[in-house]
Design a binder for this molecule. Sequence first.
Ligand code: HEM
Length: 183
Amino acid sequence: MELRVLSNTSPAFVVLFCLLVCMIFPNALPSDSEKDTSAKKTADDDEHDEHDEHENKMNLKFQEKPMRAFTDEDLSVYDGSFEGRPIYLAVKGVVFDVTSGKEFYGKGATYNPLAGKDCTRAVAKMSLDPQDLTADVTGLSKEELDSLDKVFREVYMAKYPVVGHMSFTAVDMDAEPLYRTEL
Ligand code: HEM
């Protein structure tokens, strides 16, 4: 019965009917720009999937906030001496906000010498000797470098937000691969 109605309907009527529907519901069909957006979304989604996969593989926590590049001098003002200012330190060129570990890094606390510095060498050697409060890892043993990587991942990456990078990490592409941090 319905088939008969359809077959009896003139093509001109069908065209007119479609035009009428398009006039009443102009948003029913996707515009070219909408098509572009949905195509872009798919590409973006792919990029996000890749990003998530990388994030999971590296066990990293990315922040929404933009990253800052720190010089030694920039970092030094976050050493816990100033009440109300966050406490930062860097390990392997990555700057962490360790304010939540104030009992370790705050003024007068045991590990306060590490605060406001790239203390990579000290962490690798488990030393608080002022000579080791540096980013320089020259001459460290494999055990010390392995220990550094473990503390980097299991303490710093696991506990503290990343707020930036030491500016030298961006330019020192000739650094030893063990020292470079892939983010
Ligand atoms: C006799 C010497 C030491 C003892 C008994 C000791 C003990 C400890 C203990 C018990 C913790 C865990 C605290 C907690 O999670 O509640 C800790 C954390 C830590 N220690 Fe030591 N430590 C010593 C020396 C050092 C030295 C020389 C360094 C030099 C870098 C160092 C670096 C650290 C770091 C980076 C942490 C992690 C702090 C954090 O969670 O942010 N320790 N230590």
